[in-house]
Design a protein around this ligand. Sequence first.
Ligand SMILES: Cc1cc2nc3c(=O)[nH]c(=O)nc-3n(C[C@H](O)[C@H](O)[C@H](O)COP(=O)(O)O)c2cc1C
Length: 304
Amino acid sequence: MKKSILVIYYTQTGQLEDIVKNIAQPFEDKNEEYEVTYYNIQLKEDFAFPWSNDVFFNTFPESYLQIPSEILPPPEEVLNKKFDLILFGYQVWYLTPSIPIISFLKSGFAQNILKDTPVVTISATRNMWMLSQEKLKVYLRDMRAQLIGNIALVDRHDNYTSVLTILRWLTTGQKEKSGILPAAGVSDEEITGSVKYGRIIETHCKNNDFTNLQPDLVKNGAVEIRPFLVRVEKVGNKIFTIWSNLIIKKKEKRPLLIKFFKVYLMAAIWIISPIVLVLHLLTTPIFWFKRKRQREYLQGINLK
Ligand SMILES: Cc1cc2nc3c(=O)[nH]c(=O)nc-3n(C[C@H](O)[C@H](O)[C@H](O)COP(=O)(O)O)c2cc1C
């Protein structure tokens, strides 16, 4: 009997769709062995792309606090079927799985679909996905999904270049390079090359054994951890908790607080994070082994 594969994703720019489709390609190529179904999560009211500057920052509190919006129900062919494997594509908004993804996870449909099913998570982000993946792991555990693999594709440029290019991309729609700035997002080579991860997953799926899937994916470059960014994310989560709660509570001051948040965020990226970087580098010898353990943990699929 054919194995059934479900590909779940949401995307605004199309980048994540290209990636999940490339990863699903090896399954599509063996259509006598697999049947592949795609489920593109759809919000009742979707976010416009490109983003206006105001909406982009105004989305922060709900994103960070994981406040869902309403989604359209998944099609019957997704709801009424037990899948053998799920490829779950998501993006990160404000250090958290994006609102469309959270909306799906909290919709009541998700548990039915994900329960007792092996899941490979696939993200395509700027570069700060690590603690967001920890948040997603909790949802998957609570729904009794079996997380068997994770692929985290990022913009490989330095942290500052990618801030500039992603803002250009998200607010104008222009991904391609311009002037001295390179192209934004995951590189074309990596998007095309992600078919290799599909081949690895397909091999494990054929053998009905996912035990070594994650080490195999990691060996092939599926997850790169930059310890400095983990530190930035930890600090960022603490400060985002304060900002998001403040903005939600002080409803009448929201427009003003969002303006302050925007200034804060720019200062955090351009002033605070270089300081964190220097401190991080200076303390490298002291925390060498701790950071090594942390890297190994974040490359894996377990939840502490
Ligand atoms: C509102 C918003 C916030 C974002 N925050 C983050 C973030 O915290 N970390 C990160 O690595 N990428 C962040 N990104 C980039 C996305 O993860 C993603 O790479 C980009 O939006 C393109 O994805 P898509 O085409 O699948 O929608 C953010 C994007 C948006 C729109």
